[in-house]
Design a protein around this ligand. Structure first.
Ligand code: NAD
Length: 354
């Protein structure tokens, strides 16, 4: 397993350290684990003047999988856009063609009380959102702010998807649905947007190759509503970049804590970037209180989707379940009666459970 480790900024450094401990356990058991470390984001800007230095990109290209912490920090917010940490991450996803973003929203029974929704609505929740990550209005050209004919400033972006971009993410989503409960909901806005009219057409076309999967369609505004009304109706959701950005954040909050949710971003060959969904949390960085479980669970996704090793994935997931069942909680998921632990204590508890 050749893994590039890019811890990044803020709590990224602390949480990745705990995930690396898990990989070291696997290595001590005889797995071949090769780790290479490099800076990304603000740290890379500080050291090399570039949030994605050529050396980091080369290392990421060379690896089979990338473990990333988080990037960003207040002191970088005034930099020119291309120098900002977040641009480093966007470029990394684009350069490596990581077009399929997988974000599970899974509610651990022990954390049902952490959700802002009633527990009967969310208990047992297990959704997988597949978000297209390298196209859509976030990347479409032309874009900018210009002076229009009336002499007024106007901002503009381009929502655009090619057939092949839609088709490849459709295949990822159908493949995942095949391994789950075989229900796929494609989210679009085809009543008003031509881009998503094509999206729906291609989804239907690809569905003919997956007769075992039930495909349904939903408008994005309805999907946003259904996610809080009756989230358990969903198994796998597939959608474009901007809709997926918003819906996956909404879905993550159903589970109560941003510190618990992993993600994977895959290319067509199964190479992947694995990272927690949260950011660098500057408000708690350096205090050894961040929750490392989202990052550790990202490793479980890495074992499953890049290395095809369900056993190692399950071992990690079961270890996390084990520590939660014991009542261990970092501050973000703390509740009365539980034992409050630090970032490193949580990491150690997972290692012990492994
Ligand atoms: P954030 O996710 O960093 O933090 C939001 C809130 O959640 C904060 O109160 C934080 O303390 C808490 N939180 C996040 N992760 C946690 C964890 N593991 N354990 C406990 N609490 C946790 O989002 P933000 O504050 O909007 O952004 C902070 C910085 O992170 C910004 O610079 C932003 O651009 C960047 N960011 C990066 C990524 C990424 O690297 N993929 C994603 C989102 C935001």
């Amino acid at each position: 397993m050749k893994i590039a480790v890019l811890a990044g900024d803020g709590i990224g450094q602390e949480i990745v350290k705990e995930a690396v401990k898990v990989l070291e356990v696997f290595r001590s058991e005889g797995q071949s684990v090769e780790l290479e470390f490099a800076p990304v984001g603000g740290k890379a800007y500080d050291e090399e003047g570039d949030p994605l230095p050529p050396g980091t990109l080369a290392l990421a290209r060379d690896a089979q999988a990338i473990l990333l912490g988080a990037v960003g920090g207040i002191k970088y917010d005034s930099l020119p856009r291309p120098k900002r940490p977040e641009q480093g991450l966007l470029r990394l996803r684009k350069e490596l063609n990581l077009f399929a973003n997988l974000r599970p929203a899974l509610l651990y029974p022990e954390l049902a009380a952490a959700s802002t929704l009633k527990s009967e609505i969310v208990s047992g929740l297990d959704i997988m959102i597949v978000r297209e990550l390298t196209g859509d209005i976030y990347f479409g050209q032309p874009r900018g702010i210009r002076i229009n004919a009336a002499g007024e400033r106007e901002g503009f972006n381009t929502m655009i998807y090619s057939e092949s971009e839609i088709r490849r993410v459709a295949h990822v989503a159908f493949d995942i649905a095949m391994k789950r409960n075989r229900r796929l909901c494609s989210v679009d806005k085809m009543n008003v947007l031509e881009t998503t009219e094509l999206w729906r057409e291609i989804m239907i076309e690809v569905s003919r190759e997956y007769p075992g999967v039930v495909l349904s369609h939903m408008y994005v505004d309805n999907a946003a509503m259904q996610l809080v009304r009756n989230p358990k109706q969903f198994d796998v959701i597939v959608t474009g970049n901007i809709f997926g950005d918003i819906l996956s954040d909404e879905a993550s909050m159903l589970t109560g804590s941003i510190g618990m949710l992993p993600s994977a971003s895959l290319d067509a060959q199964g190479k992947g970037l694995y990272e927690p969904i949260h950011g660098s949390a500057p408000d708690i960085a350096g205090q050894n209180i961040a929750n490392p479980l989202a990052t550790i669970l990202s490793l479980a996704m890495m074992m499953r989707y890049t290395f095809g090793d369900d056993m190692l994935a399950l071992r990690i997931e079961n270890a996390v379940r084990g520590v939660l069942a014991k009542g261990l909680r970092t501050s973000d998921i703390f509740e009365a009666g539980a034992t409050r632990v630090s970032t490193s204590q949580m990491g150690d508890a997972v290692i012990a459970a492994l």
